[in-house]
Design a protein around this ligand. Structure first.
Ligand SMILES: [Zn+2]
Length: 379
């Protein structure tokens, strides 16, 4: 491992801090994008800005000197959840943490910083490598909008690592669920609640009965369901005509997932009928799940890179989705790795500087391991 020796802890910390200082909530990634584009250009990458409706994705391409090595995609997302306004942080005892009422934004600025540090080390070490593609997406935190709107024709690579999960360096997400959402519109009949309530049919009452009856929470080890939003009614003196119930179902097993949805929707329709309200149900696939087989060549290669980098791999099955779900559904095999972020999406978010270092070592180690893999080994 040659490039790994050039990983510089202070440099990756500074890169990370520079990123923290640029506010980048979802759909407001212009400033961080410009900053990252200038870094990628300095490191010798060709940079493409791929615009879509509300934002853009940043794609960098670095031609390697080695042929016959598969192109490797390195990915992370530029946006963060909020609150971020007035973000302040402290560095103490090797921990960078948010101070005050904002998140830190290590989700996913730690992933970005580690990818950049690996490229810095690679450039300094002059170690030969294959073609590399950097994909910095936007609005990941708003339903994976960047990766969903990514123009996959622009990418040459078919294998990706996504530096975007929490916990110490070493985690590899080997399975993620399919995620479906639904909206139930329940329509009753309005009436004056004081004068002639008998003439009304309450959609809120019907919705309550539906919510009480449908399965939710943990359905089984691989399936979850939740009603997350409800709104209805207009005033205390009107029997409510319209109520909207929104929910989701996630599952690693496609058959159980479909069955769970069927139960939820059929139960809802039955109760609606009984309560003499109309119901329409619209469902939407947010993303498709994936699962690596245990003997997958990409997993084997990552395993080799982990051991060469002195990092113990831990295979995990997640209940959440990430850009990797969209990459995998779009023909790019993608594994999500931990970037070291801790307690993301909270105002207690932090990261160990040691994990910024280890994450960078890992990315550099994966690039070098890829470079040594013979063509055809991974497809
Ligand atoms: Zn993230």
């Amino acid at each position: 491992m040659e490039a790994v020796k050039y990983i510089n802890t202070n440099r990756v910390i500074n890169t990370f801090i520079d990123l923290l200082r640029i506010n980048s909530p979802s759909f407001d990634e212009r400033a961080i994008g410009a900053h990252l584009a200038s870094i990628l250009l300095r490191l010798g990458l060709e940079v493409t800005v791929q615009e879509y409706g509300e934002s853009f994705n940043l794609i960098g391409y670095l031609r390697g000197s080695l042929r016959d090595v598969p192109t490797l995609i390195l990915s992370a997302h530029m946006d963060t959840v909020e609150p971020t306004v007035g973000l302040n942080f402290s560095i103490e005892d090797g921990i960078i943490r948010t101070v005050g009422e904002t998140v830190l934004g290590s989700d996913d600025k730690s992933g970005i910083a580690e990818i950049i540090e690996a490229l810095e080390a690679l450039s300094e070490s002059k170690v030969p490598h294959g073609n590399l593609e950097v994909v910095f997406t936007s609005a990941e935190e708003r339903g994976l909008q960047g990766s969903k709107n990514l123009d996959y024709h622009l990418l040459k690579g078919r294998h990706a690592i996504v530096m975007d999960t929490n916990g110490p360096i070493g985690k590899i997400v080997v399975a993620a669920p399919t995620h479906d959402t639904y909206v139930m519109a329940i329509t009753g009949r309005a009436a004056h609640a004081g004068i002639e309530p008998e003439k009304g049919t309450s959609s809120i009452k019907a919705a309550s009965r539906i919510i009480a009856a449908i399965p939710d929470g943990r359905i089984d080890a691989e399936t979850t369901a939740n009603v997350g939003k409800i709104h209805g009614g207009t005033a205390n003196n009107i029997v409510p005509k319209e109520t909207i119930v929104e929910g989701e179902v996630r599952g690693h097993n496609e058959t159980v997932l479909e069955k769970t949805k069927e139960t939820i929707f059929n139960t809802a329709r039955k109760i609606a009928r009984k309560n003499q309200v109309r119901i329409t149900i619209e469902e939407k696939r947010q993303y498709k799940g994936f699962r690596f087989s245990i003997d997958d060549p990409l997993l084997a290669l990552l395993g080799e890179a982990f051991s060469k980098s002195g990092i113990k791999p831990e295979h995990v099955i997640t209940g959440g989705g990430s850009d990797a779900n969209i990459f995998n559904a779009s023909g790019i095999q993608a594994a999500t790795l931990s970037s070291g972020m801790q307690k993301p999406h909270t105002t207690e978010e932090y990261i160990h500087t040691e994990d910024l270092y280890r994450g960078s070592v890992l990315v550099a180690g994966i690039i070098e391991t890829f470079a040594k893999s013979a063509s055809g080994e991974i497809r």
